[in-house]
Design a protein around this ligand. Structure first.
Ligand code: 3PY
Ligand code: MG
Length: 258
């Protein structure tokens, strides 16, 4: 396979550390600020927010000219959601709630042009509205990253089969859904979730594929632990967490002096 130019897909295939973050506020200034913070990639969360395709395209426009790879966590594992995210310019998709190898194969097929998949052809933002049609179509299948989310007990049980699907560049653990599927929502540091993470890491080692994790509250200790464990595709924080935590800290610093 050709080495992709997309640095995120390259890092995934080579299992090198790639640090990104997560956008839940659909304002272009958020994309500008986070892109200027030096993340390798930024994922727009269309699964859990009101961010629609128009807002996503505007977030991508705001990232333009900065060395950051635009990604989308698509709203669901559907051909249409994946196609639209890629057509507006995502260079990678993170697909939620992938429980089986069939789910993973469906996600990959949606992200690949025929004969490898079922992605439809059109003039759209990703190919400069047709002005770079041939160039984009000729390279997209090897440039677009596909990461599938492991966030249920069923998915952990199927992780070897999921990783064996060609075109799955890596898996990404959603710790909150995972904790929920064990009946302990929010207890992301609990024994069942930690042991599920270990199983996913071991499976990635066997498959030679990247393991990803969303460190939703990125304390230095939590980030260090994730890297030491072997996670290489790392989302640190979320815009709303950055905002809430720094606002609370600023207020606390002032109140402490009053
Ligand atoms: C989860 O924790 O379930 C997530 O999807 C985080 O991105
Ligand atoms: Mg989730």
């Amino acid at each position: 396979m050709e080495t992709p130019v997309n640095p995120v897909r390259r890092a995934l295939l080579e299992r090198r550390l790639s640090v990104g973050s997560w956008i839940q506020i659909g304002h272009p200034a958020v994309a500008e600020v986070l892109a200027d913070s030096g993340f390798s990639w930024l994922a727009v969360d269309c699964e859990h927010t009101d961010i629609d395709l128009t807002a996503t395209a505007n977030l991508f426009r705001a990232m333009g000219g900065r060395p950051v790879v635009p990604m989308v966590r698509v709203r669901e594992n559907s051909t249409l959601a994946i196609r639209q995210a890629l057509d507006i310019g995502a260079m990678g998709v993170i697909v939620p709630l992938v429980d089986t190898a069939d789910d993973a194969a469906r996600a990959v097929a949606a992200a690949r042009y025929p004969p490898d998949g079922v992605r439809g052809f059109a003039y759209m933002r990703a190919n400069r509205h047709g002005q770079a049609f041939a160039e984009y179509v000729g390279t997209a299948n090897s440039e677009v990253a596909v990461v599938v989310m492991i966030e249920s007990r069923v998915a952990v049980d199927s992780v070897d089969a999921i990783l064996a699907v060609p075109g799955v560049d890596g898996v990404f653990i959603g710790p909150y859904d995972l904790s929920g599927s064990y009946g302990i929502p929010g207890q992301t540091d609990s024994a069942p979730v930690r042991s599920a993470c270990q199983r996913v890491l071991a499976a990635c080692g066997r498959a030679g594929k990247s393991a990803g994790l969303h460190v939703v509250r990125p304390t230095a200790a939590a980030v260090a632990q994730a890297i030491e464990q072997g996670f290489t595709f790392l989302a640190v924080g979320v815009d709303v967490v950055f905002l809430a935590e720094s606002a609370a800290a600023a207020r606390a610093a002032a109140v402490a002096r009053s």
